[in-house]
Design a protein around this ligand. Structure first.
Ligand code: AMP
Length: 211
């Protein structure tokens, strides 16, 4: 199973990828998570990309393609993977086509989780992350500043501030939305309604995967 999850930041790609990972036993590959981990470690790569992430801009296609190609060659990707937050540009999609061809993989599905921009702004400004276990929550669900899972302190990602969210949405519409046409042309594009409850979105995704 080789799935690309498309959708604006905050559409629910990470949440759905985690459910899919359990159900289908394939890894979630989130380029955003990989980059944030590098920033947290303050590695040379992390120091190189921090300002770009904080501004909600995109890191270079070349760098991202190198990271993804290395990751897809790890053993846990043998039976498939869920790509979350990649590809984000047409050159990245073309690069991925090349990587998959070299790996001999052809069965790809691109699933867009569609949510309108204003709903995204509401969702993301309310989003909080646990500093200890990384669990995501929302001030609309948990108005306290402690994680319900482990008691760790909740914080707001720098790129979840409203101004940055609007910039990330602009970047998405300019660079990533054209991927819809790209995958439609390949006959592998599917859309699910991301405004539904998490379980209902997951049920739709399962129908697409099993189709
Ligand atoms: P995400 O968690 O997927 O929203 O990613 C957070 C940030 O990481 C983005 O706003 C970009 O700065 C960077 N990023 C993640 N994935 C990519 C990608 N495929 N191409 C370029 N930049 C990316």
């Amino acid at each position: 199973m080789h799935v690309i999850l498309l959708g604006t930041p905050g559409a629910g790609k990470g949440t759905q990828a985690k459910l899919m990972m359990v159900q289908y036993r394939v890894p979630q590959i989130s380029t955003g998570d990989i980059l944030r981990a590098e920033v947290k470690k303050a590695s040379p790569l992390g120091r190189q990309v921090k300002a770009v992430l904080d501004a909600g801009e995109l890191v270079s296609d070349e760098l991202i393609l190198k990271i993804v190609e290395n990751r897809l060659h790890e053993r846990d990707c043998r039976n498939g993977f869920i790509l979350d937050g990649f590809p984000r540009t047409i050159p990245q999609a073309q690069g991925l086509d090349g990587i998959l061809k070299r790996m001999g993989e052809m069965d790809l599905k691109a699933i867009e989780i569609a949510v309108e921009d204003e709903a995204i702004v509401k969702r993301l400004t309310a989003r909080r992350v646990c500093a200890e276990c990384g669990q995501m929550t929302s001030v609309l669900i948990n108005p306290k500043d402690r994680c319900e899972n482990c008691g760790g302190k909740l914080f707001q990602r720098d790129d979840d501030k409203e101004e940055t969210i609007r910039n990330r949405l602009r970047v998405y519409h300019e660079n990533t939305a054209p991927l819809i046409g790209y995958y439609q042309q390949q006959g592998v594009y599917h859309m699910v309604n991301g405004l539904q409850p998490v379980d209902a979105v997951f049920a739709e995704i399962q129908r697409v995967i099993n189709s």
